[in-house]
Design a protein around this ligand. Structure first.
Ligand code: DAH
Length: 376
């Protein structure tokens, strides 16, 4: 820059072009430019600094480039010497640049290799590992209990015929569960198709397609026009069970459910059957498990109410009963020979009880932390 100012000053002072050029091509000056370039190049420690030094000392605006452009303005006799002088200086600077660049590149490579070094002896396993959704996991756990006893796992459709969801299970045509407010019917309206409101249609499908005896569980999604809050979801999961054989009755049902409860919640959990009504079982009951929080203590202790069981001491887990002979008959089964029991347990509830999940919405909101083990 000072050379440029110098040039401007000389021009302004009326120096002729040829004198100016000679002044600029003075050997001492050229050597000085080379010395400046050498210093700047030697000081460059990074590629970026190297590029800056190169631009300053060989670029368009560099003293050497400027001087080179003026050679043409010299008297013919001086041009050759001037050309050689500038040419040699530029070659020298380019040479310095090339050498420096090699050094910088080598240093940078060494640095990068050190920074990116990989210890191949370290154990691998950095990839995130997936996990089964807690519901899927629970379905497997529950089904395992039954397959261990020789039962089979059957899956039946979620989009179901109204007849299989209700009529075949002895629901009367005006049963309130059929109303649009509870049941999600599928278009077109006259097709009598719906999203199954429970897994119980799996009972009839099993009876219609399999030879007796049957011992099956039917896990899967069920749908109701329900609220979406901490304790209700319009989509939930049930595990249906159906056993039809010679001589089965209520005691077999109670024993089976107690076995399931102990496998899911631990050997000390208590269950009870509480009389209830379902059209497809007779007698029918609801299965309750002892409250996991108060263990029944809140029932007689108004001072310490329990929110989990609403101080009832028990929590509802599912419905069950002895299969109504009407159901068996509508599948063409001889009810003088065969009888059976059935149950439908809430799988989501089972996860909540077994794994302490507090809010049902976690099941459907897709937060991987929940699936990855937030629950367990
Ligand atoms: N399907 C019933 C419900 O969703 C539960 C149920 C009750 C299933 C009794 C059964 C049963 O198999 O026998 O509420």
């Amino acid at each position: 820059m000072s050379d440029h100012n110098d040039l401007v000053a000389r021009t302004l002072s009326g120096e002729t072009s040829s004198e100016r050029v000679e002044g600029r091509l003075d050997e001492g000056r050229v050597a000085q430019w080379v010395a400046q370039a050498r210093e700047a190049i030697a000081a460059a420690a990074t590629s970026e600094q190297w590029r800056a030094a190169k631009a300053a000392h060989t670029g368009e605006g560099s003293p050497l480039a400027q001087a080179n452009r003026t050679i043409g303005e010299l008297a013919a006799a001086q041009r050759k010497a001037a050309g050689q002088l500038i040419g040699a200086a530029r070659a020298q600077v380019n040479d310095l640049l090339a050498k420096r660049r090699e050094l910088i590149e080598a240093a940078e490579l060494t640095h990068r290799l050190a920074a990116e070094a990989v210890d191949v002896t370290l154990p691998v396993g950095g990839d995130p590992v997936g996990a089964l959704h807690p519901i899927t996991d629970m379905i497997y756990r529950m089904c395992d209990v039954f397959t261990a006893m020789g039962w089979e796992v059957v899956e039946t459709p979620e989009a179901e015929a109204e007849w299989l969801n209700f009529d075949a299970l002895n629901f009367t045509p005006d049963h309130p569960a059929r109303f649009m407010t509870d049941t999600l019917f599928l278009d077109p309206p006259g097709a009598h198709r719906l999203l199954r409101t429970h897994t119980s249609p799996g009972q009839m499908r099993t009876l219609l397609t399999r030879d007796l005896p049957v011992y099956v569980v039917v896990p899967g999604r069920t749908y109701r026009a329900d609220e979406f809050d901490a304790t209700h979801l319009p989509v939930f999961n049930q595990l249906e069970g159906l056993a039809v054989d010679v001589g089965l009755g209520l005691a077999d049902l109670a024993g089976t459910l107690d076995h399931l409860a102990k496998a899911m919640f631990g050997a000390d959990v208590a269950t009870r059957l509480r009389p209830h009504y379902f059209p497809f079982t007779e007698p029918s009951a609801e299965v309750d498990v002892r409250c996991f929080v108060c263990h029944g203590a809140s029932v007689d202790d108004p001072e310490r109410p329990c929110r989990t069981c609403r101080s009832e001491g028990w929590i509802e887990w599912g419905g069950c009963g002895v299969v109504n002979p009407r159901v068996l008959a509508s599948a063409g089964i001889d009810t003088d020979v065969y009888s059976g029991f059935a149950f439908g347990m809430g799988i989501d509830r089972t996860v909540m009880f077994a794994d302490n999940a507090a809010d049902l919405r976690d099941f459907v909101e897709g937060d991987v932390r929940f699936a990855r083990g937030g629950v367990r």
